[in-house]
Design a protein around this ligand. Structure first.
Ligand code: ADP
Ligand code: SF4
Length: 691
């Protein structure tokens, strides 16, 4: 299909100093939990972005000196010549597809715990290290330290050129880099020429930019990545004041400006807390004060929003991390006029969470993310079918939809049976909760892909029994029948049913999502799940006027969401809604007197009136599976060659995991997998073997 000409502007080249980006798409530097530890995986993932049309593909943070060691995060590193080859591998993978490769040099300043290098951390002032309350202090840099620091940065830029990079990103963002620490009034109260006035606090960043331009600027583009607002009012940088003044002072220094807000929790807000393009109001001034190209992020997945941001004079390039993770082929799909094929990011931050737990990146929407090398999975390609088998997929939640989609793509004849009147399973239910509507993209993308496939049939309102499955005549059956929230309180903390819980005054999250409600008044949410569901129940019910208490054995509300960068946003929203939060508490019983609670630290007993919503764990909906496997003879007689459970029906987990398992099922059908082997390639080590 021909591209709509209104998107042509996105495919114009952009001059960045001595280099030219082939289009206006820049894959923003983004962490991926692979970096130097899983270099083959990182290289293949970045190469895939270039293959998909991103004109610039950047590394994640690349730390350039042992005093700025980002361990335990598995990012890229450029401490010396020994680090050049694997980065050159990434550059080659990007160049192979016509993209420009950018490296984001970083020193995390007083954020670095240096837990691997054991160097004494450094920063503008004597200050405790800010990373995870690490019990170590950063020492204040003197002028010779600053000179050394500039030298390390310059040498890293030169090594980046040796690796073949086209662009150096000089990074002052996220409240997590040395130049941003120097720039900040709260971090920098120095009395020398690097402290005091804005000009002085900005001096180090100016020097880094000038040093980099001097070292490599004749052949490499130099991008200033700069946070213009810290979203903390006058205590931090504000775009109307020092954020703007700083950009004005350095306006023509770099070859390009990549601007955003700080810190990472604000820059990468989930869709629950910010819509597409949410940074525009903060960065709108930048193009008015510089003649250099400008880019920003904002979870842009809509080509119309991208074109609009360019036409309104806000940016010259669209910078994107999560949209490029969810769909590495986003630019090419726009280029080829295949807008409906874009797999839009849902803004859930599972990608960031996996990085934050130091694991290789995964993505809810793109199950191939992180599997490009180790499993050889391509986000757009899949092997054609090897038999003429007919596959029955039962359940059209994320697992069933993804399995049907990919099996259909392989050419199999697929029947997808769904019990309810609407596809989507948990995604349909959960996306109806406040501010989660973008999650419906998991369903909508797959429904859109399946719709034109003549070999895939979807039957709604079709709850299948074991007999119906046997009668169906399929060669392979995949059960994607999901899971159900427990109502009895059993989970991590409570191992036996809560006394009194089997009463009408206990409601599971499924009940609430199905529209059932306690009597108006008070309700206790018991959150022993620690991800989003407990807080969603609280947000939903508080929004409807209930007096909500959120009780959790955790140290804070939704403790796991620290990884998805949401914890503080969630807590703030719940407090704003008047929700009472009781961390380190558990539920003892439910009765006519309400919900009996216990303070897990002091043992103090307390009570809250009203109903209970336990959010603890889910049980697989595997009764159908049980009925089918109970009689192997019947399965054989029905000609069913394989019966598998996938997604939450097999192991209740995240939506990302359900999509992944559905995808995996489709990839592996009719293939020979060694059930005892490691199901992917692993890193080869170059060891000295004790020699
Ligand atoms: P997952 O996350 O693993 O995809 P979900 O709970 O989101 O699981 O989706 C499971 C889907 O399976 C739901 O839409 C549910 O209505 C459907 N389902 C459950 N049992 C049956 C059945 N026996 N026949 C058809 N559909 C079923
Ligand atoms: Fe978007 Fe979620 Fe995928 Fe991250 S994990 S890219 S936020 S869909």
């Amino acid at each position: 299909m021909a591209r709509d000409p209104r998107y042509d502007i996105l495919f114009e080249p952009v001059q960045i100093g001595p280099v030219t980006a082939p289009n206006r798409f820049m894959q923003a530097p983004h962490c991926n939990g692979m970096g130097r530890m899983y270099p083959d995986s990182m290289i293949a993932m970045r190469g895939m972005k270039a293959e998909g049309g991103w004109g610039i593909v950047a590394t994640e943070q690349c730390d350039f000196h042992p005093t700025g060691d980002v361990t335990p995060f598995t990012e890229t590193r450029l401490w010396g010549d020994m680090d050049v080859p694997y980065l050159a591998g990434m550059v080659n993978a990007v160049h192979k597809h016509g993209g420009l490769a950018a490296v984001e040099l970083v020193h995390n300043g007083h954020d670095s715990g240096n837990i691997y290098s054991r160097e004494v951390p450094i920063g503008p002032m004597h200050r405790p290290v800010s990373w995870r309350d690490h019990p170590v202090q950063a020492r204040a840099m003197d002028l010779s330290d600053i000179r050394a620091y500039r030298r390390w940065h310059r040498e890293a830029a030169l090594r980046a050129r040796d690796a073949g990079f086209d662009i150096v990103v000089v990074y002052a963002g996220h409240d997590g880099t040395m130049p941003s620490h120097f720039l900040s009034r709260r971090h920098n109260q120095r009395g020398d020429e690097y402290g005091g006035s804005l000009e002085n606090r900005l001096r180090l960043y100016r020097e880094l930019l000038e040093d980099t331009l001097d070292a490599v600027g004749d052949t490499m583009g130099v991008i200033a990545r700069f946070a213009v607002d810290e979203m903390m009012g006058p205590d931090g940088l504000e775009w109307q004041h020092e954020g703007r003044d700083a950009i004005e002072m350095l306006a023509e220094v770099p070859h390009m400006w990549d601007v955003n807000v700080s810190n990472w929790e604000n820059d990468s807000m989930t869709s629950r807390f910010a819509p597409e393009g949410y940074q525009e109001e903060y960065i709108a001034f930048v193009k008015q004060v510089t003649s250099k190209p400008v880019s920003t992020v904002g979870r842009y997945t809509s080509p119309d929003a991208m074109v609009s941001a360019i036409r309104r004079g806000l940016v010259d390039m669209i910078c994107a991390a999560r949209p490029s993770i969810a769909d590495p082929f986003l630019p090419n799909k726009i280029k080829e006029g295949r807008i409906e094929d874009i797999r839009e990011c849902i803004g859930c931050n599972i990608c960031a969470a996996w990085n934050n737990i130091s694991a290789p990146i995964r993505c809810t929407q793109n199950p191939t993310m992180g599997e490009e090398w180790r499993k050889g999975w391509h986000p757009e390609k899949i092997a054609p079918k090897s038999t003429d088998s007919h596959v029955l997929v039962v359940g059209a939640g994320p697992a069933g939809l993804e399995a049907a989609h990919q099996l259909g793509k392989r050419g199999y004849r697929v029947t997808l049976a769904e019990a309810t009147a609407q596809a989507g399973g948990r995604v349909t239910r959960e996306s109806a909760m406040p501010n989660l509507n973008a999650w419906a993209r998991v369903r909508d993308y797959r429904m859109g892909q399946i719709a034109p496939m003549v070999n895939v049939e979807l039957y709604l309102n079709s709850e299948l029994s074991a007999d119906q499955v046997l009668e169906f005549g399929a060669d392979h059956v995949a059960l994607a029948t999901g899971a159900t929230w427990r109502r009895d309180g059993i989970g991590r903390h409570i191992r036996n049913p809560i006394p009194g819980v089997v009463s009408s005054n206990s409601f599971s999250p499924d009940d609430i999502m199905d529209g059932k409600r306690p009597e108006k008044g008070s309700v206790v949410i018991f959150d022993d799940d620690h991800y989003y569901m407990g807080s969603m129940m609280a947000e939903l019910l508080a929004g409807e006027g209930y007096q909500v208490s959120l009780v959790t054995p955790g140290l804070c509300v939704s403790s796991w969401t620290e990884h998805s960068l949401e914890q503080e946003h969630i807590e703030k929203r719940l407090v704003g809604l008047g929700v009472e939060i009781l961390p380190r508490h558990s539920v003892l019983s439910l009765g006519s007197g309400g919900v009996q609670l216990e303070n897990l630290v002091t043992g103090e007993l307390l009570a809250r009136s009203g109903a209970l919503v336990p959010v603890t764990m889910r049980l697989p909906n595997d009764a159908l599976y049980g009925a089918l496997v109970a009689d192997q003879k019947k399965l054989d007689a029905a000609g069913i060659k394989s019966l598998r459970r996938i997604g939450d029906c097999y192991g209740p987990a995240t939506i990302a995991a359900a999509v992944y398992e559905g995808h995996r099922y489709a990839r592996e059908l009719d293939t020979e997998a060694n059930p005892d082997g490691v199901p992917f390639k692993t890193v080869k080590y170059d060891l000295e073997l004790g020699g």
